[in-house]
Ligand binder design. Structure first.
Ligand code: AMP
Ligand code: MG
Length: 419
């Protein structure tokens, strides 16, 4: 049976980075840039005021202090977005608002707080109460982005401030690696669609929803194809509906039971790469490639992960195996889940021959991370997953005593860091 690492490597070997497409910048959050973003303009375009105040010639303020104000004649007012037609000549000042271009002749801006603004009845002049040095409160043209500079490099994982950078350089669309479309099929005679009454012996299909939530979380498009019974023909036909997607996820039907048909169909009609991984929960996990044709009739091989039916196993299987595959398809390089070392607050035993991923609450106290389990850890207990913010790794055959450390995969940490 494959280890987690071996199984993941086999999956990653079989999935490719998708094509790039041009999209509006606001749709690019979390995606990978497929081009360098170069600026054709200076940002800011002109030297401008960093404070509300008066644009002055610094030499006119020599010797200025609270006791010895230097009085200047106010000859104009300039707001952000306008350009003053006047020139600041010796003995004059122009009232200026933050962001407004520095008028010709001025070399600094004295903020209102360093003038007698409001205290002087004669508003045709202003008293400056401190000496200015050249460049004071002046934001230089191009100090944020210089014309010709590469603002964002190809391969960057786009964050919200990056979208702001694209906007400030005038880009409304950019090319990014497109988001994968992930088809999701739930298998099981016991499953009922939401919105229907629940007959005796049946359960609602929750897997499709927890999995679709994860697909969205990692920036991809879920395509819910609904439920199929454990019926060969129905399943074969349903799988055909997934052909246009970039990945197929099924849940259920990969264990040892009499009606676990997913793995059988994968092995019989398509290509099974592996079945079963040394992981708990989630041993019965199948990976293969569905052979079919795309819209234009070309042969296509669709990656298929057959996730276990148990609600916790299928989520853990997604985090460990589907997530990195999707990130690779999106052009991302960092496929690792953020990890911390945490001190176990209770004893945990793993007497299985598989690596155990227990659901835990990880908390930071006094500079250390502590981990405690979220209660009963059965693979059917989805609440144990819902309460968790991390998964603690317990190696096969090991007991972790209270106070010993474990590695914890953090489920919801920000994963997008470019430097
Ligand atoms: P299976 O892997 O098909 O043997 O299913 C294992 C367990 O997971 C069974 O108890 C199923 O009822 C349950 N299960 C399978 N699919 C789903 C689903 N879509 N939603 C909720 N529970 C499921
Ligand atoms: Mg089943």
């Amino acid at each position: 049976m494959l280890s987690v690492e071996e199984a993941l490597q086999k999956i990653l070997d079989e999935v490719d980075v998708l094509e790039a497409e041009s999209v509006p910048i606001l749709d690019t959050l979390g995606q990978v840039l497929a081009e360098d973003i170069k600026s054709d303009i200076n940002v800011p375009p002109l030297d401008n005021a960093a404070m509300d105040g008066f644009a002055v010639r610094s030499e006119d303020t020599k010797g200025a202090s609270e006791k010895t104000p230097r009085y200047l004649k106010v000859i104009d007012t300039v707001m952000a977005g306008s350009i003053s037609k006047k020139e600041v000549v010796p003995g004059t000042a122009i009232r200026i608002m933050t962001g407004a271009p520095i008028p010709t002749g001025a070399d600094s801006v004295v903020q209102f707080e360093l003038t007698d603004e409001g205290k002087n009845k004669d508003n045709t002049k202003i008293g400056v109460l401190e000496e200015m040095r050249p460049g004071y409160n002046v934001r230089k043209a191009g100090e944020d982005i210089a014309r010709g500079a590469t603002v964002l490099k190809k391969g960057t994982v786009i964050r919200s401030s990056d979208i702001g950078l694209m906007a400030s350089t005038g880009y409304s669309r950019v090319t990014v690696i497109r988001r994968p479309v992930v088809a999701i099929i739930s298998t099981g005679n016991e499953l009922v669609e939401l919105g229907r009454p629940l007959p005796e012996g049946k359960i609602y299909d929750s897997n499709a929803y927890s999995i679709a939530g994860l697909v969205k979380k990692y920036g991809c498009f879920p395509k819910l194809l609904g439920i199929t019974h454990d019926h060969e023909e129905e399943l074969v036909n349903k799988i055909k509906q997934a052909q246009d997607a970039d990945m197929l996820l099924t849940t259920g039907g990969v264990s040892m039971g009499d009606y676990d048909l997913v793995k059988d169909i994968l092995a019989r009609d398509h290509q099974m790469v592996f079945w079963q991984v040394k992981v708990k929960p989630g041993k019965p996990l199948a990976f293969g490639k569905i052979k079919g044709r795309d819209k234009s009739g070309r042969a296509k091989s669709l990656p298929h992960l057959g996730l276990p039916g148990n609600p916790v196993s299928c989520v853990v299987g997604f985090e460990l195996f589907v997530r990195p595959a999707l990130l690779k398809m999106m052009g991302k390089k960092n496929l690792d889940k953020p990890t911390v070392t945490a001190i176990m607050e209770e004893r945990v035993t793993n007497d299985s021959g598989r690596r155990l991923y227990n659901r835990a609450i990880i908390e930071k106290r006094n500079g250390h991370y502590y981990a405690r389990l979220t209660g009963p850890q059965g693979s059917g207990i989805l609440t144990s997953m819902a309460l968790a913010n991390g998964l603690v790794l317990i190696p096969e055959g090991k007991t972790i005593k209270k106070g010993e450390t474990v590695q914890a995969l953090m489920l919801d940490w920000n994963e997008e860091v470019n430097i």
